[in-house]
Design a protein around this ligand. Structure first.
Ligand code: NDP
Length: 289
């Protein structure tokens, strides 16, 4: 099949060359025997508007990575309920020249958690470290799926507070707290959490939390890290395992956010196991985020 006849999908970002999505998505498309090609496109911030008005309309759809997940919003024709609530988009479907924005980051995380760890957030108490873009998507989905309480613990307390207050305005019946990463307040929350999530970038490039209070964490708590490099696990998860906790690794979120995006574009369910295998192989080749 010539490239001309192929429908194009893409990931846009700046930078984008490091993205693992093309290899993962192309493997899944090939397995589905679909004549689509998924390519990386470097779009600088100043090119975003023009891209959305021209090239984007020739694609079947595209993923969005840093730094465009929020700045793309004014150029989209419609947003799903989830994307609107999260305030960011990682997947766009082009339908008759209209661009529809989705967010599959949070639902990809939840799918990974449910499928791999059989963890359902309903009526659970959760502590999440981090208040950035990924944390925001995950928090929204956990609350939409009836988590009983959520603590947002962040290095910058003001950022944790802002996110917690914004979420509280949407989720009035659930308890949402905020605190810093150090001190007794976090320890108090750790004692009664069913799920502890690292949604900060700590763990990348050999960084780690110093003296994380593992002894204060509820003994049965599941520990999850969305950072997926280094493989096979981050130092956060190594420490959690050593402290006797079950762990949930970060590559599943990447796989399922991609699988959900592919289903939105093609209407077909891709082979998530294949996507994971391909992703892990790439990660072994020493790709960084
Ligand atoms: P953002 O830049 O939006 O947020 C970064 C977060 O990390 C903030 O909460 C920030 O705290 C915190 N942080 C950064 N450095 C430190 C530090 N030294 N000590 C404590 N906290 C720190 O990034 P994203 O939310 O988009 O992504 C976060 C990480 O999640 C990425 O690095 C990536 O590894 C991972 N990720 C994984 C995905 C997956 O599919 N598995 C998908 C998306 C992201 P502060 O506000 O104080 O600066």
């Amino acid at each position: 099949m010539s490239l001309k006849k192929k429908k194009l999908l893409a990931v846009i970002g700046d930078p984008v060359a490091h993205s693992l999505s093309p290899v993962m998505q192309n493997a899944a498309l090939k397995k589905l025997k679909l004549p689509y090609e998924y390519i990386p496109l470097r779009i600088k911030p100043e090119q975003l508007k023009e891209f959305a008005q021209t090239k984007a309309k020739r694609l079947l759809g595209f993923n969005i990575t840093i730094p465009h997940k929020e700045t793309i919003l004014p150029f989209l024709d419609r947003l799903t309920f989830e994307a609107k609530l999260i305030g960011a988009v990682n997947t766009v479907l082009q339908e008759n020249g209209k661009l529809v924005g989705f967010n599959t980051d949070g639902s990809g995380y939840l799918m990974s958690l449910e499928r791999e760890k059989k963890f359902n957030p309903r009526n659970r108490d959760i502590v999440m470290l981090g208040a950035g873009g990924a944390a925001r998507a995950i928090a929204t989905i956990l609350l939409l799926n009836q988590a009983r309480s959520l603590v947002i613990a962040n290095r910058s307390i003001q950022r944790a507070q802002a996110l917690a207050q914004e979420l509280s305005s949407h989720f009035k019946k659930q308890k949402i707290f905020w605190c810093g990463l150090e001190g007794n307040e976090l320890k108090k929350y750790l004692k009664r959490t069913h799920l502890l999530i690292n949604a900060t970038s700590v763990g990348l490039k050999g960084t780690h939390f110093i003296d994380f209070p593992w002894k204060d964490l509820y003994r049965q708590a599941l520990v999850s890290d969305i950072v997926y490099a280094p493989q096979p696990m981050t130092s956060f998860l190594k420490e959690a395992k050593k402290a006797g906790h079950k762990i949930h690794t970060g590559e599943g979120m990447l796989v399922y956010q991609g699988a959900l995006a592919l289903e939105i574009w093609t209407g077909k369910k891709p082979d998530a196991y294949l996507m994971r295998r391909v992703l892990l192989k790439e990660l072994k080749k020493n790709h960084k985020l």
